[in-house]
Design a protein around this ligand. Structure first.
Ligand code: PAF
Length: 300
């Protein structure tokens, strides 16, 4: 299989560091022009450092790709897809690994015709420098088709490959419920860790129990209007589990705020606010955190 990973962020490099060990896989990284590294340090979950050589992708590699994994921010996705659509082969599978939700119909038209997968990571990965990432928490990877069905051989190959390097990997016939679950996790952990400037583990403290409950309650109500039935108690326990498993991690939103970068809040709590307005469901807590994070980015 020929795979291109797009994006040199914490999840892009985590994915690269795991898959690079597989033979005879052809793996390359499509990074932004300002990224000049030819190797990076990967501190694995046991705290051991490895040096990983990078093969950079280009237009030719994109043309030959069987799978292109987009590990970019939600707000960068459309521009990246629009820039690549002329090169990506018609049968190549596109995997979307960003946090938050966006609708399929908002993607460039040509891309909507490709087989598209959602690839949801709940691993903790921290970027210490542009050439150093640390795997801070073992999570899982949930994969499923967003539009066309992916060829059965491809699915088997992909699952086999990921199985070797990621402890828990699951294929879902209905990925929508998992996307909502991931959205719920991000709606709690990301804004709270960013606003209170704490690591993910802090979310398990009693201080955040009530706000977590309210945020999730609102999400359960909004999800119903998208024909997704979520269980509040299950959501609460999953959020706790992820916060514990990634306790030492700096959430991606907190990292963005600390680095004065744009956050994905519009696609996370902002998405819940948007759907709440559409379906006339009150989402005061999600709306409040959406605005609070935007205010925080504005200030910095
Ligand atoms: O955005 C993040 O940081 C991650 O999605 C997660 C799972 C909250 C772990 O930090």
């Amino acid at each position: 299989m020929n795979i291109v990973i797009v994006g040199q962020g914490a999840i892009g490099l985590l994915c690269y560091a795991h898959l690079v060990k597989s033979e005879p896989l052809r793996l390359s990284l499509l990074a932004s022009p300002s990224f000049n590294e030819r190797q990076f340090t990967f501190t694995n979950i046991d705290g051991k450092d490895e040096t990983i050589a990078i093969t950079l992708a280009n237009k030719e590699t994109l043309k030959q790709a069987d799978l292109v994994i987009y590990c970019v921010k939600a707000y960068q996705l459309n521009d990246a897809l629009a820039a690549h659509q002329a090169y990506i082969g018609k049968t190549a599978v596109i995997a979307l690994a960003h946090n938050g939700m966006s609708s399929l119909t908002e993607l460039p038209e040509a891309i909507q015709k490709q087989p598209i997968l959602a690839m949801l990571f709940t691993h903790g990965s921290k970027k210490l420098a542009k050439d150093h990432i640390v795997h801070t928490g073992v999570g899982q990877v949930d994969i499923g088709c967003v539009n066309n069905t992916v060829d059965i051989d491809f699915k088997q190959q992909l699952m086999q490959l990921f199985n070797q390097y990621f402890a828990e990997i699951f294929w879902h016939q209905d990925i929508k419920a998992k996307q909502w679950l991931k959205l719920a996790i991000n709606c709690v952990i990301n804004p709270l860790t960013a606003i209170y400037d704490v690591e993910n583990g802090a979310i398990t403290s009693g201080q955040f129990t009530a706000v977590t409950h309210t945020l999730l309650q609102e999400i359960v109500e909004v999800a119903k209007h998208q024909q997704v039935s979520l269980d509040l108690a299950e959501l609460e326990s999953t959020v706790q589990k992820v916060a514990k498993a990634t306790a030492r991690n700096c959430s991606s939103m907190r990292a963005d705020i600390l680095a004065n970068k744009k956050t994905e809040i519009d696609y996370i709590n902002g998405y819940v606010d948007k759907l709440g307005k559409l379906y006339q469901v009150n989402t005061p807590e999600n709306s409040r955190l959406w605005q609070a994070v935007n205010k925080l980015s504005g200030k910095r």
